[in-house]
Ligand binder design. Structure first.
Ligand code: NAP
Length: 313
C-alpha cells in the first residue's frame, strides 16, 4: 500500500476545518515503527489544537494530521528498532505524526504490547488518558495507599482511569462529575460520587491529594479541602500558589509524557482485570469532525475513538 487517508487541518477553526486527504504512507525513520492504525483515541487536546488554542502548536506547524494516540499492528520497523516485529499488536501515544490516519510513525520507545483479549478499538482509548492519570496520581501526586484523593472530572477520559488506578492503590476516592455520570463514577469504584451541579465538594472533609482535570474555579476552590501539606495536581493550569488557602500546600501543573515502559505497566493491570478502558462512542475516520464535536459537547463517559476502515487498502 503506497497511499492512505488522514484527517487533517490546514487552518484553525470549527470542526468543519477537518478534512480527509490522501497522502503517501510514511516510512519509519531510525528508531521508529510504522503502525497500521486500527483506531485512534480522541482527546480534548485534539480539539484544542484544531481551535488554535494550544500555545505550542502555531500556524507555522500547519497543515497537520490530528491525533495523539493509537492502537494497531506493526507494519514496518525502522533501522535500529529491536524487539518489535511486523504483526505485533501495539498501542502508544503517537509522536509528532498524527494518529487520525491509516498509518502513523511512532517512536519505538513509546510502544507497548496490547494485552491479549483487549480489542484494538478499546486499546486506542488507553495511552494518552491512562498515562496522564498514572503520572498525575503516582509521579506528581505521590499517592500513597490509605490516602484520600479527590478527582475532579472523574467520568471523562483521564478521570475514569484515575478512579480505577487510585482505588487499585488502596486510596479512598471521591470524584466529581455531572448528574448524568454519577452511576458511571460509582461503577468505576469511587467511594463517593459528587454531582458538581448540586453538591459542594467542600462538604466532604479533607483530602491528601486533589487531581484537577477541570481547572478554573474548581481548582481555586480545591485548596480549601486539602489537608496541611496536601498536594494539588492539575492537567489544565498552574495552580495559584499565592492564594492564602494554598499556604503550606503543594501545587503543580504537568504535561503528560509518553513512555512504553509505563504503558506496559498499565497494560499489565488491564491484563489482570484491574483496569478497564470504557469507550462511550466510536466514529469512522471520515466523521472525525463529529467525533470531536461529540467529545466537546456531550456528557461523555470514558473515551471517544475513531475507527479506521482498511477495506480495499
Ligand atoms: N496536561 C496534560 O498533559 C493533559 C493530558 C490529558 C488531558 N489534559 C486536559 O485535562 C482535561 C481532562 O481531560 P479528559 O481527557 O479527561 O477530558 P474529558 O474526557 O472531556 O473529561 C472531562 C470531564 O470533566 C467533567 N466536568 C466538566 N465540568 C466539570 C466540573 N465543573 N466539575 C467536575 N467535572 C466536570 C466532564 O463531565 P460532564 O461532561 O459529564 O460534565 C468530563 O467528564 C482536558 O482539559 C484535557 O485537555 C491535559
Amino acid at each position: 500500500m503506497t497511499t492512505m487517508q488522514a484527517a487533517r487541518i490546514d487552518r484553525f477553526g470549527s470542526p468543519e476545518v477537518i478534512h480527509l486527504e490522501t497522502l503517501p504512507v510514511p516510512r519509519p525513520q531510525a528508531d521508529e515503527v510504522l503502525v497500521r492504525v486500527a483506531a485512534a483515541g480522541i482527546d480534548p487536546v485534539d480539539y484544542k489544537i484544531r481551535q488554535g488554542h494550544l500555545p505550542m502548536i502555531g500556524a507555522d506547524q500547519l497543515p497537520l494530521t490530528l491525533g495523539r494516540e493509537l492502537a494497531g499492528v506493526v507494519a514496518a520497523v525502522g533501522d535500529g528498532v529491536i524487539g518489535w516485529h511486523e504483526g505485533d499488536r501495539v498501542f502508544a501515544m503517537s509522536g509528532d505524526e498524527g494518529s487520525y490516519a491509516h498509518y502513523a510513525r511512532v517512536p519505538a520507545v513509546h510502544l507497548a504490547r496490547v494485552p491479549d483479549g483487549l480489542d484494538l478499538e478499546l486499546a486506542a482509548a488507553v495511552p494518552l488518558a491512562a498515562h496522564t492519570a498514572w503520572q498525575a496520581l503516582f509521579e506528581h501526586g505521590q499517592l500513597e495507599p490509605e490516602e484520600r484523593v479527590l478527582i475532579h472530572g472523574g467520568s471523562g477520559g483521564v478521570g475514569h482511569f484515575a478512579i480505577q488506578l487510585a482505588k487499585g492503590r488502596g486510596a479512598t476516592v471521591c470524584a466529581t462529575g455531572s448528574a448524568a455520570s454519577q452511576e458511571f463514577i460509582r461503577q468505576l469504584g469511587a467511594d463517593r460520587a459528587i454531582d458538581y451541579e448540586r453538591e459542594r465538594f467542600e462538604d466532604l472533609g479533607e483530602f491528601d491529594l486533589v487531581i484537577d482535570l477541570v481547572g478554573g474555579e474548581t481548582q481555586r476552590r480545591s485548596w480549601a479541602v486539602l489537608a496541611p501539606g496536601g498536594r494539588l495536581v492539575s492537567t489544565l493550569e498552574d495552580p495559584d500558589l499565592t492564594l492564602p488557602e494554598a499556604q503550606g500546600k503543594v501545587g503543580r501543573f504537568f504535561l503528560v509524557q509518553p513512555s512504553g515502559e509505563q504503558l506496559a505497566e498499565i497494560a499489565a493491570l488491564i491484563e489482570r482485570g484491574q483496569l478497564a478502558p470504557h469507550v462511550d462512542a466510536r466514529f469512522p475516520l471520515q466523521r472525525a469532525a463529529d467525533a470531536q464535536r461529540h467529545l466537546e459537547e456531550a456528557h461523555v463517559e470514558g473515551k471517544v475513538v475513531l475507527v479506521m476502515d482498511h477495506a480495499g487498502r
